[in-house]
Design a protein around this ligand. Structure first.
Ligand code: OSB
Ligand code: MG
Length: 371
């Protein structure tokens, strides 16, 4: 296939509720949607998960615009590609900027699947017909509000609860939740809010029978996490620290993590995400799919990826209506009895809703290959 045209749209959408973590609160979300077109007018869609500000990783919407406009689109336009894996090789001359790369690469994956008349899940080697889903709940104003939120999501069928913690809002929060929900699969995500100085406090969390604790220490650390893991019974799951398969290999070698949170954007695309999945599966290391408060296109890519067999824990990809008044795909992502049905139609299996996309678009750029 030849990539003849790339369209980049910048969207602005407001979430139904603010989402708070140890590093701040967000409600308005700006992000990029990428549309790639082949020589026959077939389209593939991708979504950048970079936020407006660099609090999760260093990338932002604006750095993604820069990388996509000035480096990635020029590398891709007019190129003949037989498999999407070639895109990550093409982009390997650019260091990091993984979310920018993934936004474009995932669009090529969708296009590839559509051209071959298969679902994206099938193209990736996915086997599950439905995926189990969990939910990630932001910091709340009070414990009682958090308990009510958890109860509401359990009633909706979500199969695993993840809560955010930060220094000062940790041991008592988890004690309260465990008392209210003794048997619920529960985990905590610190988004790098602690250091090894907090080791005694982190050891107290072993009392709450958590599935895992996600990224307690530095966003770029794998050494201190290894020290901490030796002191903890609870498995550590790395999120922010994992940017590549190489990072996974090193973290497992050091014993810094027992579970991997795979985010397509953070690792630079679906090809690398699949390589991480395969590597972990061979070694008996479970993985699960994280979320970045995606709109429908990013959500669809997560669903396809999660259909691979070693995604053994429910992920953070909740239903569209949890985040958005109106999503940008039809149908929207629906959770029923705690599962999402993996679409079987071609590509991502959801139709981009052009009316909704146009409504939310605040910037648009088109690039064509010169004939
Ligand atoms: O650490 O997993 C995280 C949201 C934004 C940035 C980082 C994280 C999260 C979440 C929410 O936990 C996941 C989601 O619901 O999409
Ligand atoms: Mg996380």
């Amino acid at each position: 296939m030849r990539i003849a045209e790339v369209t980049v749209r910048r969207l602005k959408m407001r979430m139904k509720e603010p989402f708070s973590t140890s590093f701040g609160t967000m409600q308005d979300k700006q992000f990029l949607v990428i549309e790639v077109q082949d020589e026959n007018g077939n389209c593939g869609w991708g979504e950048s998960v970079a936020f407006e500000a660099p609090w999760y990783t260093e990338e932002t919407v604006d750095t993604n615009v820069h990388m996509i406009h000035d480096f990635l689109v020029p590398l891709l336009l007019g190129k003949d590609i037989t498999h999407p894996d070639e895109v990550s090789i093409l982009f390997s001359s650019i260091r990091k900027n993984n979310m920018a790369k993934a936004a474009v690469e995932t669009a090529v994956w969708d296009l590839f699947a559509k051209r071959n008349r298969m679902s994206l899940a099938e193209a990736l080697g996915g086997t599950r017909k439905e995926i189990e889903v969990g939910i990630s709940i932001g910091l709340q104003a009070s414990f009682s509000e958090l308990v009510a939120k958890v109860q509401g999501y359990l009633d909706e069928g979500y199969r695993r609860i993840k809560v955010k913690i930060k220094p000062g809002v940790d041991v008592e929060l988890l004690r309260t939740l465990r008392a209210a929900f003794p048997d619920v699969p529960l985990m905590a995500d610190a988004n790098s809010a602690y250091s090894l100085d907090d080791i005694e406090l982190l050891k107290e969390l072993d009392a709450f029978n958590l599935l895992m604790i996600e990224q307690p220490l530095g966003h770029d650390d794998i050494v201190d996490h290894a020290v901490l893991q030796r002191e903890l019974k609870t498995p550590i799951c790395l999120d922010e620290s994992i940017l590549s398969l190489n990072d996974v290999r090193k973290a497992l070698t050091l014993g810094s993590t027992k579970v991997i949170n795979v985010k397509i954007g953070r690792v630079g695309g679906l090809s690398e995400a699949k390589r991480i999945h395969d590597y972990c599966m061979e070694r008996g290391v479970p993985v699960w799919c994280g979320g970045m408060l995606e709109a429908g296109i990013g959500r669809a890519h997560n669903i396809a990826l999660t259909s691979l067999p070693n995604f053994v824990y429910p992920g953070d990809t909740a239903g569209s209506s949890r985040y958005w008044e109106k999503d940008i795909i039809t149908p929207e992502v629906v959770v029923q009895d705690g599962v999402i049905a993996v679409p079987r139609s071609n590509g991502i299996g959801y139709e981009p809703d052009m009316h909704a996309i146009d409504n939310f678009t605040i910037g648009k750029w088109c690039f064509s290959a010169v004939e």
